[in-house]
Design a protein around this ligand. Structure first.
Ligand SMILES: Nc1ncnc2c1ncn2[C@@H]1O[C@H](COP(=O)(O)OP(=O)(O)OP(=O)(O)O)[C@@H](O)[C@H]1O
Ligand SMILES: [Mg+2]
Length: 252
């Protein structure tokens, strides 16, 4: 069975048994060799994230947040420990398998938007569909629907440099959600934005969570950004030092 189907199959089972963790990290260690010295970025991380959770990951600079997200996002592999994405042992996948898993299941949002500068908002959002073999009116309709969801229906022909930072980040979110990923991973998505735009972005994530059952993991330094999430995980020196559910949380 292809990886995509294997994971989608698992997702269906997950929907029935919501206690099954979508993301399951056990004893994750990541050591970077750096000019003869070993940098211990993760020192044994145990983390379970269930489908439909909305989780903030916080912690000081250099504590290992992006390292953890890169492993969760199948962009890097751990040095030791286990990582299962919806029951699939990711460490057993080769480069092609990792790429397929990433493309089929994960949507990424980064601090710097990472949009193609010389392409319209619509084209930026269509791109993951093109890579997946979809084209023409079908791709355009899906991309327009995603732009609609982030409130940018009227901006489809704008180029990135004709939009504000917040609008560019909304295009990046539309691109991340256009293939309906199991998990949206965002590494400091509001890091380059003012407070008002940051709140807009977090409200969009909440809407994805509320209306589409998205599982959302957001790295942030900002407590008010983390306040949009139902669970807060804090990392320090490569270890989780706290993991709290927010009491009485509900998305707006
Ligand atoms: N490719 C790499 N090679 C060597 N060391 C690395 C590499 N990537 C990260 N590190 C080191 O691993 C540690 C954790 O880095 P990481 O980027 O995960 O931190 P972070 O919590 O995301 O920090 P920030 O909040 O500044 O983004 C740091 O000491 C960093 O210098
Ligand atoms: Mg980081």
């Amino acid at each position: 069975m292809a990886i995509r189907e294997a994971i989608r199959d698992g997702a269906d089972k997950t929907a029935q048994a919501s206690s099954f963790p979508l993301i399951h990290c056990r004893g994750l260690v990541k050591v970077y060799p750096l000019s003869g010295v070993e940098v211990h970025a993760l020192r044994g991380v145990d983390l379970e994230i269930k489908q439909r959770e909305m989780v903030a990951i916080m912690g000081p600079s250099g504590s290992g947040k992006s390292t953890l997200m890169n492993i969760i996002g199948c962009m890097d592999k751990q040095t030791s420990g286990d990582y299962y994405l919806n029951g699939v042992d990711v460490s057993k996948l080769d480069e092609n398998g990792l790429a397929a898993t990433r493309n089929a299941n994960l949507g990424f949002v980064f601090q710097r938007y990472n949009l193609l500068a010389r392409a319209t908002a619509l084209y930026n959002v269509e791109l993951p569909l093109f890579y997946a073999g979809m084209a023409g009116a079908e791709a355009e309709a899906k991309a327009m629907a995603a732009l609609d969801q982030v409130g940018l229906h009227d901006f489809s022909q704008h180029w990135p440099n004709q939009m504000s930072g917040g609008q560019q980040q909304r295009v990046a979110i539309a691109r991340a959600i256009v293939k309906r990923p199991l998990v949206i991973l965002a590494d400091e998505p509001t890091g380059a934005l003012d407070t008002v735009s940051s709140k807009d972005i977090m409200e969009i994530f909440q809407k994805m969570h509320r209306e589409h059952g998205a599982t959302v993991v957001v790295i942030t330094h900002e407590p008010f950004v983390a306040d949009f999430c139902q669970r807060k995980v804090v990392i320090r020196d490569g270890q989780i030092i706290s993991d709290d559910q927010v009491p009485n949380w509900h998305d707006v």
